[in-house]
Design a binder for this molecule. Sequence first.
Ligand code: NDP
Length: 438
Amino acid sequence: MCKALIIGAGGVGTVVAQKIAANPIFSDVMLASRTKAKCDAIAAAIGGDRVKTAQVDADNVADLCELFRAFKPDIVVNVALPYQDLTIMDACLECGVNYLDTANYEPKDEAHFEYSWQWAYQERFKEKGLTAILGCGFDPGVTAIFTAYAAKHHFDEIHYLDIVDCNAGNHGMAFATNFNPEINIREVTQKGRYYENGKWVVTEPHEIHKPLHYPEIGERESYVIYHEELESLVKNYPTIKRARFWMTFGQEYLTHLRVIQNIGMARIDPIIYNGVEIVPIQFLKAVLPDPKSLGANYHGQTSIGCRIRGIKDGKERTYYIYNNCDHEKAFQETGTQAVSFTTAFRRRWALRCGPRGFGAVRACSTSRSSILIRSWPNWDRRDCPGSRNSTSIWKSDRVSIIGLKVRMVCTVRTFLSVCIGVKRGRYKYLFIPNSRDF
Ligand code: NDP
């Protein structure tokens, strides 16, 4: 049994709170955020008195420590914003609490994210006997587990890695983001960046693109952008020659994005408006649709996976591991769309706590998200067998998902769980022999 404190009451926090509350392994659950009323509404929807709520300013270490000392959590699940990662980690160190997040730190005044700031905490967490798991959503998160699983079970060496993220859903709005608009727009307007032959190659935003085929969806124009798991994966898998991250964008979305940038609404520096200092992108967030509200009219699927080419027993092979999630089914189950759902739900794997707090990642399958093993012998068929909401999983080995891997036991148990899931038929991977698509 353990006590979980969730920080952040947005779209992702809603699903995290539901899933943790439903899991009896957690004796006590608290949801804290900047606006307590949002926590209260989520707790009321969950029902009973299962989820306690609190107000907290996660930018303030003293405020966080006061809450930690009162509630005494075993783990803090940070689903606030990347800006709060370091203050929450500082408070965890001060109060002896394990830590988990879904997005790596970025400073408010610089649209730039990388692991170095958080990896710098490794020794301090180790000295205190604490665990911190970084980037444990879907991407980053499950994509790292997919790669690790493939590396362990299907390859002697991974040479080429392409992480592909497609949202083929339609929410009926002219423009909306699927998670926090400020963070999302900062991310997708950055320069592209991918890894090749030991170096990082920088491109103009959305410069490299081509149509890629996604299972059960079809072709979608996909763009190379920078994503954080590339940094940890190339570090942990030095045989990788090239690693890229692809994301689909519709033309309508890109046009809006361009206009937003052209008229200065994506600016992250403060300006004076009517004598008051405002940051344009924060104002924009206030007028854009709340991602949490999109679920009711969302149709279609997301498809996120890893396409890997490498060597096994001296022969080249190519695999594709993916998860498809249906927006409507995600909404029926949790009241949120598939992006919040997959980010938060996969976190359950990492939130099975042992008596001493943070423990294993357990791969769970539910009716909403089944993971089966299949082979895909004919890539040309351009058709993917298998159910909707399926995840294909591969290997496990080193824990690229864990930026601060201070308890290797977590790693071992995580991947053992995934392996057991595969053996029991709860997971699926696709086998695309000698595919040259990437
Ligand atoms: P939202 O903006 O919907 O929610 C963020 C929540 O954090 C809000 O409730 C907000 O409070 C709260 N918050 C913000 N600042 C503070 C603060 N200083 N103190 C306390 N609470 C604060 O974001 P999402 O739910 O869409 O995303 C949550 C996180 O998940 C983000 O970091 C995002 O990058 C990450 N993510 C990761 C993905 C992955 O696959 N790895 C995919 C999608 C998202 P208030 O309500 O008052 O504004």
